[in-house]
Design a protein around this ligand. Structure first.
Ligand code: AMP
Ligand code: GLY
Length: 625
């Protein structure tokens, strides 16, 4: 696969040289006819310069790169002749604004530029000097698409530079060195875009897929198990088992798998895909036990001094009474929380109010309420405090976390009613500074624990924390993003500043999470789950849903979970749009998530919740209060 890039430059050309050398060092291009790897060069660079005396022309000559000197007033003619050959146009110190006429000639290949400020600040000339004179605390570098307006196209990536202690020369040197490492990497990612497969069929996976779909680094999106509400976001792959899915993924050139739910992770999907060299965002089978076995998780916590509730393992009914008695003594007569050791569809935790209740629940678990998953249970000390969910990313070396999110697990307002899969979320959680410190301290301990175990997975670790009076205690680990927390958290990621989920995942695969600085909007985000009456035990199904488009128009994001396209129109077989003309009906307990951040977000999200209509609709009214 050979790619061709035309670099536009007018001056010194240090960025041009940095780009060419970066690709040369990776064995991807030639310098003076030579590559450093045996593989044929895959990227051909050419230079276009509008100044006859510019030093960049000399650099090109020294590097053996073909160059063109083109006077600006003949540029349109020149490009018309060259058109069609290039995959990417790169402006690297080109001192001219490209008028619309020229941009039209260059299309459809993208045109990108690098600018030495945090756009939209300090557009145009002398950006570094102007930022310095104004005494800003931070400035930086932006790579963006080029439009006819100066430095105004969509931002691809930004990196910040702190100005403290730097002279103007120092700041310039710092910015240029960032440019030289940042620009080539972005060019590489734009030339070799990713084919990503998202696994899972809920609102969480809808939100993840929608975010990835927006990435400049995506070539093609594939979906496995998507519901009818979002299957139009990508190409759907049907599969029999994970090996079959792997085969089809390889045929389609998929190079990244993002796994939503826990079951496939516990069953080892990451190991299966990793073996074939596919990047997986999701833990391997061994570490999936952090969610798949409460006993495994407890042992991990104990080993690493991670605070968690006191507990006792019970592996047979015959041990139960003695264990309860012992527990009673140890915990001032308070009844224990009962937890199935294994995965139980989110229903394996019970918080009884009396010992009698605890005993009968524990018995039912051990007698096989959840099959093998509850053949071993734990009795756990009941904690009180404020619950938060922390989503962390781990690349084998570095832990990067989202801000705390609040999950609304109970069915009814004021946290009454049954435990559900999640009736809504609010992020960032409204917690005290003292509690934030507890969280940060905990995350440091977690990072060292993961490091000392040499955990080699690339994936997500979700800590369910109880912020008690004295400290943060872990209630549970999950090995995937929380649903609905991640719907809210992804909305907080600030893509106007180039915070790109796929890029974060790419960096995870390269073990470079330490370079990721998650940027978040400074607002709250609300996620409200619309569910069906009868949820969670026995939800109604088959009710026709209307009002989706109006909710979208109101500025709300809609992510689908329990829905089905019941379209009977003639186009049904080829119908890919569940939203436009077809008949979307309810098909599960949690039907969809509504998400909004920013000004009046709560009002907007609740207006949308009213706008969307179907028989049996239920939702909580107190999310984020
Ligand atoms: P899950 O494991 O997501 O089904 O969560 C069950 C819920 O039970 C948690 O979110 C808590 O609200 C509650 N819970 C779990 N463990 C404890 C505990 N040790 N003390 C108090 N509440 C708990
Ligand atoms: N929202 C809780 C979970 O995903 O388990």
């Amino acid at each position: 696969m050979t790619k061709k890039v035309l670099v536009f430059a007018s001056g010194n050309g240090s960025n041009f040289e940095a780009i060419v050398k970066y690709f040369y060092n990776k064995g991807l291009t030639c310098i003076n006819g030579k590559t450093i790897s045996d593989a044929a060069p895959q990227v051909i660079f050419e230079l276009l310069c509008d100044k006859k005396e510019a030093y960049v022309l000399k650099r090109a000559k020294n590097l053996g790169i073909r160059s063109f000197y083109v006077k600006f007033d003949t540029l349109a003619d020149f490009l018309t002749q060259q058109k069609g050959d290039y995959d990417l146009f790169v402006l690297a110190g080109f001192m001219r604004i490209l008028p619309e006429k020229i941009l039209k000639i260059l299309a459809p290949a993208p045109v990108i530029n690098i600018h030495p400020s945090l756009l939209p600040k300090f557009k145009g000339k002398d950006a570094i000097e102007r930022a310095f004179r104004e005494g800003v605390k931070k400035t930086g570098v932006t790579v963006h698409y080029v439009t006819k307006n100066v430095d105004s196209g969509k931002i691809i990536e930004q990196r910040e530079v702190q100005t403290a202690g730097l002279s103007l020369d120092g700041l310039e040197a710092r910015i240029h060195s960032i440019e030289h490492s940042m620009y080539p990497e972005i060019i590489e990612k734009l030339l070799f875009k990713r084919r990503v497969l998202v696994f899972g069929g809920g609102a969480r996976e809808n939100a993840i897929a929608a975010k990835i779909k927006k990435s400049p680094y995506l070539d093609k999106l594939f979906l496995a198990g998507a519901n009818d509400g979002f299957k139009n976001l990508g190409e759907n792959i049907e599969f029999i088992d994970y090996n079959d899915l792997l085969k089809k993924a390889l045929t389609n050139g998929v190079d990244m798998l993002v796994v939503g739910p826990e079951n496939p992770l516990c069953e080892g999907i990451a190991d299966i895909f990793n073996k074939e060299g596919i990047n997986v965002i999701g833990v391997n089978k061994y570490w999936a036990q952090l969610e798949g076995s409460k006993i495994f998780a407890k042992k991990f916590m104990q080993k690493h001094g991670i605070k968690t509730a006191d507990y006792k393992v019970v592996t047979a009914e015959s041990e139960l009474l003695a264990a309860l008695k012992d527990f009673k003594k140890r915990n001032n007569n308070a009844p224990p929380v009962i937890k199935a050791d294994g995965l139980a569809l989110g229903k394996g935790v019970s918080v009884p109010d009396t010992f009698d209740e605890a005993e009968s629940i524990a018995k039912s678990f051990l007698e096989g309420k959840f099959g093998k998953a509850s053949s071993r249970i734990i009795l756990e000390e009941r904690l009180s405090g404020v619950e938060v969910s922390i989503m962390s990313l781990w690349d084998g070396d570095t832990l990067v976390s989202f801000p705390p999110a609040s999950d609304y697990k109970r069915l009814l307002d004021d946290n009454r009613g049954e435990n559900t899969g999640g009736m809504g979320a609010y992020a960032p959680s409204k917690i005290l500074i003292k509690q934030k410190k507890q969280v940060n301290k905990y995350l440091k301990v977690l990072q060292s624990a993961l490091k000392s175990e040499k955990t080699d997975f690339t994936g997500v670790l979700y800590s369910g924390l109880m912020l008690a009076k004295d400290d943060a205690y872990v209630l549970e680990y999950n090995v995937r993003f929380g649903d609905p927390e991640i719907q809210a958290l992804l909305e907080l990621l600030d893509d106007t500043k180039g915070a790109d989920l796929l890029d974060i995942f790419i960096k995870m695969g390269e073990k470079r999470l330490n370079e990721v600085d998650l940027k978040f909007k400074r607002t709250g985000t609300y996620c409200v789950t619309l569910a069906s009456s009868g949820y969670p035990e026995n939800p109604e199904k088959g009710a026709q849903i209307s009002g989706i488009n109006s909710a979208l128009k109101q500025g709300c994001k809609v992510y689908f979970a329990g829905v089905k396209n019941d379209c009977l129109c003639q186009a049904a077989e080829n119908c890919t749009s569940a939203l436009a003309s077809c008949n979307l009906v309810t098909n599960g307990g949690r039907v969809l998530s509504l998400v909004k951040s920013g000004k009046n977000a709560r009002d907007i999200v609740y207006r949308a919740a009213e706008t969307i209509k179907y028989k049996g609709k239920i939702f909580r009214k107190d999310i984020g209060l």
